[in-house]
Design a protein around this ligand. Structure first.
Ligand SMILES: Nc1ncnc2c1ncn2[C@@H]1O[C@H](COP(=O)(O)OP(=O)(O)O)[C@@H](O)[C@H]1O
Ligand SMILES: [Mg+2]
Length: 509
């Protein structure tokens, strides 16, 4: 008799059904797994044999064959241990076929029969729920799976606990979803002294999800400013939270099974490889840009990133997805992130201060800025300088909590205006930065003075079509922060100033 247990294989964020078929027949004793298993799956038989032994069961001296169907799909990972063990338990008549048929099984086994957590439990549970089935997983994966909705979840610590649960001698409690409280670790904007221009740019970036570059000497607060952006961003919507959590689940980065409800803030080090940034490698895993989906990707010391890594961000910055190629197929991951970058104006960092600057100024500034290509700079919406903090500013009292509340209220209001305006658009296009191009003219009607200003700016700054459109989007956000329905001269003027201020400040030396 052939027993069947369901599990899944991952293809990007999608789950593909895999039927684990087990058969115990007469013949020379053997244990083979077929159906394109990778090394981790092939080694599974040792863990399964040992786990059964730990329960006092030994495999019969017969021919045992496991087939992972569909047989032409590559099977990767250690989560096949549990379905294989359950299939054999059915074959050995410890469990009945009907009992396990209602579930998708997903977990790794230890030699002592312990069920270990594996990444991707949320994806597996969401898939099981869509099929009206339950899920069997490790105790540690339970809280993560519980986010998939109202479904039957058996989260067991060991294989023996699982069998006892089915036999009715030990009832396992249903796991409960968990939430992380981020408030304790939150960094607030009031810690930053001075830097009013950069704070304003941060406010606009937060309100419209625009890309921001900060240029300034070391120790001026660039990193501090960027780290405070998450505190200004609205929490994730339910649908976004599930999408982001599925990415984090696939990468095994959901802390203690708690769903992600705050926008991710990813700050990869500049030594990060191209693959760790955009995704790929042997198993085509998601990279930092996918982990920053619906959140922020912070590139500190941007010119220190390899040219290859930076240039590879250009396409996802436009398309908001990344397609990772593997030897035999392609995997597409979401990558809708807000880029925040920081850099010194030159290598020594003191280009603004003649008394401390190196002797290579201004050549040094040009060399350093040229590390960022023209097409990359074209995608940056706001570029501001972050000058050294003055002693008076450091000594001054911190800004009052009401100032921060005002900023937050303005951002909330701008976000609400956008949400209402774009409510009929797809979920991915509900901010000024993401609204489809064909609606841009409709949402940014220009006055005569506004048109004249734009014409002058386009001519003098040699704006590309992309920069022109991005400028309109930023101006729309500035108007939204002010709750102005029409796009005025002052909104456009501020958008033009903030697009170029940082770049020209460093060029003027
Ligand atoms: N504007 C500021 N207000 C208050 N403290 C600051 C400010 N700028 C820098 N600092 C202090 O300097 C440290 C380094 O700041 P950081 O943001 O890392 O500088 P940068 O990234 O510009 O080199 C901070 O931890 C803080 O103690
Ligand atoms: Mg820094």
């Amino acid at each position: 008799m052939v027993s069947h247990v369901s599990t899944i294989a991952f293809q990007g964020l999608n789950a593909i059904d895999v039927d684990v078929q087990s058969m115990i027949t007469n013949g020379l004793p053997a244990f083979s797994i077929v159906g394109l298993p990778d090394k981790a799956v092939a080694e599974s038989k040792e863990r399964v044999r040992s786990s059964l032994y730990s329960m006092g069961l030994s495999l019969p001296p017969k021919r045992i064959t496991i087939n992972l169907s569909p047989a032409d799909l590559q099977k990767e990972g250690s989560h096949y241990d549990l379905p294989i063990a359950l299939g054999l338990l059915v074959g050995l008549k410890v469990l009945s076929q009907e009992e396990v048929s209602e579930f998708i099984a997903f977990g790794e086994l230890g030699l002592d029969g312990r069920i270990t957590a594996v990444s991707g439990a949320l994806i597996a549970a969401v898939h099981a729920n869509s099929l009206n089935r339950g899920i069997i997983c490790s105790e540690a994966s339970g809280p993560e799976a519980a986010w998939a909705g109202d479904m039957s979840i058996i989260a067991a610590r060991t294989l023996l606990d699982l069998v006892n649960h089915f036999k009715g001698t030990q009832v396992l409690a249903s796991p409960q979803p968990k939430l992380t409280d981020y408030q304790e670790t939150e960094k607030i904007l009031s810690d930053i002294r001075g830097q009013s221009l950069a704070k304003r740019a941060l406010e606009i970036a937060a309100a419209g999800s625009h890309h921001l570059l900060m240029i300034g000497p070391p120790g001026a607060g660039k990193t501090m400013l960027a780290q405070r952006l998450p505190s200004l961003l609205p929490p994730l919507e339910a649908e976004e939270a599930l999408e982001v959590s599925m990415v984090h689940s696939l990468c095994g980065q959901l802390t203690q099974g708690s769903i992600v409800h705050r926008r991710p803030f990813r700050a990869p080090h500049h030594s990060a490889s191209h693959v760790s940034l955009v995704g790929g490698g042997h198993r085509a895993i998601p990279g930092e840009i996918t982990l920053a989906h619906h959140g922020v990707l912070f590139l500190d010391e941007m010119p220190e990133f390899s040219r290859n890594s930076l240039e590879s961000l250009r396409q996802p910055l436009e398309d908001k997805i990344i397609t990772v190629a593997r030897a035999n197929h392609h995997v597409t991951y979401p990558a809708k992130f807000q880029l925040v970058a920081a850099m010194n104006p030159c290598r020594c960092g003191f280009a603004y201060d003649a008394s401390r600057a190196c002797r290579r100024i201004p050549q040094c500034i040009n060399d350093y800025l040229l590390k960022i290509s023209g097409p990359f700079m074209d995608r940056i919406d706001l570029c501001v300088s972050v000058p050294e903090v003055k002693f008076q500013d450091l000594q001054a009292a911190p800004s009052s909590p009401s100032d921060l509340l005002e900023i937050k209220a303005r951002i909330l209001q701008a976000r609400l205006l956008q949400k209402n305006r774009y409510q009929h658009f797809p979920k991915m296009s509900q901010t000024n930065a993401d609204v489809p191009l064909k609606f841009l003219e409709e949402i940014t009607p220009l006055s005569t003075e506004g048109t004249a200003l734009l014409q002058k700016a386009s001519h003098e700054l040699k704006l590309s079509a992309r920069s022109y459109h991005r400028l309109l989007r930023v101006a729309r956000t500035i108007a939204d922060l002010n709750a102005d329905s029409t796009l005025g001269y002052e909104h456009l003027a501020e958008a033009i100033f903030l697009k170029t201020q940082g770049y020209f400040s460093s060029q003027s030396f």
